[in-house]
Design a protein around this ligand. Structure first.
Ligand code: 3LM
Length: 410
C-alpha cells in the first residue's frame, strides 16, 4: 500500500514541517496541494437516524458550521501541535477567543487575576465586561509575585496574562506564575500573540491554555481577523461547545481559516526576520540621543531580559520606546516617518507604528495608564519584513522630526 503523505519515520517532525503539512493529505482531496475551503453552513445527514446519532455524539461527523468545519479543523490541529497542546480551536477574532474562554470557564462568584498590562480591549473585557456578571477581577503587576500572592484566594479560577505584554513588552515568568496559580487551584492562561509558538510555547512552561489573536503574526499579512486557542482536550472542548457554539457564536469563516493556515506555513521564517530586524532597531534606538528609553525583551538593558531569554528563543518583532520630549516628540516621530505606516495592529509584513495612550490603550483611564506602566509618550513599533536598511533610514527621519519638534518647543 502507498505510504500516506508525511509518513515514514518515527522521529517527530519539526516545527516548520508540521506548520506546512500536519493534518492534511492531498490524496484525500483529489491531489489538491492546499486544503480545500469548505464553504458550507450545514452538512447533509446520510439518514434521518444518522442525524440523531450525530447530535447525541454517537457518530463522528459534521452537523452545522458554527462550531466545526473541515478547513477550520486542519488549522485547529496545526495550532494544537505547534503549541504542544492536545486540542485547538479557531474563532473569528482574538477577542472572540478570549471572551469565549471566559464565558466557558467562569461563573458568577468566581475571582480572576489579570496582569495589569494587557491589550486595551482585553483589559476592558475583564474590568468593564466580566465585572458586570458577578466576577471579581484583580488587576495586578505579575512581574512581582508578591502581588499575585496577595490576591489569590480559594475562589480564584484563573490567572491571565500576556508575555511580552501589549504595549510595553513587560515579560512575565510563565513557569513561576503558573506554579503559583496551580497551587491555589487556578488555571494559568497566556495570550501568546506577541511571540507565537515559533518563539515561545507557554504550555511547555506549565500554562494550561494559550490564546492568540491570529490576526497578527499567525495570519501575518494584515488581511484577516482570527483567534486561536490551544490546550487540554477537556478545556478546549468546553470552549467550543459553550463559548463558541452558544455563548459568542464567534465562528471563523472557512476562507479565513485557509488564510491563517497559509500564514502559518511561513511563520518560523517570518518570526526570525521580524526578530532580527527588531533587535537591530532596538539597538539603534537605544544609542540615539532623541530616545529616552527602549523596551525590547532581548535588549541587555531591559528589566526582565533574564526571564525573556529563559522562555523565548528570540526577542520578537515589537519594539516600544519613549522619546525625549514625551508625547509631542512621539507625535512628531510618527508624522515624520514615510515608509513606516501609522496603523494599529501588529505582526504584518509592513512595519506599523502607533501611539498606545490614544489608540490601542485608550480604554484605560489616564490614571490606569500611569499606574500600569503605559506612559503618555510611549510609541509602539511592529517591525515588518522590509529591508532593514530602508527601515533604519526611515526611523532616522522620524527621529530627526522628533528632535526638531523638541528644539522648536524650547
Ligand atoms: C493592537 N491588538 O494593535 P483581535 N490579544 C492581543 C492583541 O494585541 C490583540 C487582541 C488580543 C491590537 C489590535 S487595536 C484597535 C488593534 C495581545 C489585538 C485582540 O480581536 O483579533 O483584534 O485580537 O494591539
Amino acid at each position: 500500500m502507498a505510504k500516506k503523505h508525511g509518513e515514514g519515520s518515527n522521529r517527530p517532525q519539526g516545527f516548520a514541517t508540521r506548520a506546512i503539512h500536519l493534518g492534511y493529505d492531498p490524496m484525500d482531496e483529489n491531489g489538491a496541494l492546499t486544503p480545500p475551503i469548505y464553504m458550507t453552513s450545514t452538512y447533509a445527514f446520510e439518514s434521518a437516524e444518522a442525524g440523531g446519532e450525530l447530535f447525541r455524539g454517537e457518530r463522528k461527523g459534521y452537523i452545522y458550521g458554527r462550531n466545526r468545519n473541515p478547513t477550520q479543523n486542519i488549522l485547529e490541529e496545526r495550532i494544537a501541535s505547534l503549541e504542544g497542546g492536545e486540542s485547538g480551536l479557531a474563532l473569528a477574532s482574538g477577542m472572540g477567543a478570549i471572551s469565549a474562554m471566559c464565558w466557558s470557564l467562569l461563573e458568577a462568584g468566581d475571582e480572576i487575576v489579570i496582569d495589569h498590562t494587557l491589550y486595551g480591549n482585553s483589559f476592558a473585557l475583564f474590568t468593564h465586561g466580566l465585572t458586570k456578571f458577578g466576577i471579581t477581577v484583580h488587576a495586578v503587576d505579575l512581574t512581582d509575585l508578591a502581588n499575585l500572592d496577595k490576591v489569590l484566594t480559594k475562589k480564584t479560577k484563573l490567572v491571565y496574562f500576556e508575555t511580552p505584554a501589549n504595549p510595553n513588552l513587560r515579560v512575565i515568568d510563565i513557569a513561576v506564575v503558573s506554579e503559583r496559580a496551580h497551587a491555589a487551584g487556578a488555571l494559568a492562561v497566556v495570550d501568546n500573540t506577541f511571540c507565537t509558538p515559533a518563539l515561545q510555547r507557554p504550555l511547555e512552561h506549565g500554562a494550561d491554555l494559550v490564546l492568540h489573536s491570529a490576526t497578527k503574526y499567525l495570519g501575518g499579512h494584515g488581511d484577516l481577523l482570527a483567534g486561536l486557542v490551544a490546550g487540554p482536550h477537556e478545556l478546549v472542548h468546553r470552549i467550543r461547545q459553550h463559548g463558541l457554539r452558544y455563548l459568542t457564536g464567534a465562528t471563523i469563516s472557512p476562507m479565513t481559516a485557509f488564510l491563517v493556515m497559509r500564514g502559518i506555513k511561513t511563520l518560523e521564517l517570518r518570526m526570525e526576520r521580524h526578530s532580527n530586524s527588531a533587535a537591530a532597531i532596538a539597538d539603534m534606538l537605544a544609542a540615539h540621543p532623541a530616545v529616552a528609553w527602549v523596551a525590547y525583551p532581548f535588549h541587555d538593558g531591559f528589566d526582565q531580559v533574564a526571564v525573556a531569554r529563559k522562555q523565548m528563543t528570540m526577542g520578537g518583532g515589537l519594539v516600544s520606546f519613549e522619546l525625549n520630549g514625551g508625547y509631542d516628540a512621539g507625535m512628531a516621530f510618527m508624522n515624520g516617518v514615510e515608509l513606516v505606516t501609522r496603523a494599529v495592529s501588529l505582526g504584518d509584513t509592513e512595519t506599523l507604528v502607533q501611539h498606545p495612550a490614544s489608540m490601542t490603550h485608550a480604554a484605560y483611564t489616564p490614571e490606569e495608564r500611569a499606574s500600569h506602566g503605559i506612559s503618555e509618550g510611549l510609541v509602539r513599533l511592529s517591525v515588518g519584513l522590509e529591508n532593514l536598511e530602508d527601515l533604519l533610514t526611515d526611523m532616522e527621519a522620524g527621529l530627526d522630526a522628533a528632535m526638531a519638534s523638541r528644539a522648536a518647543a524650547e
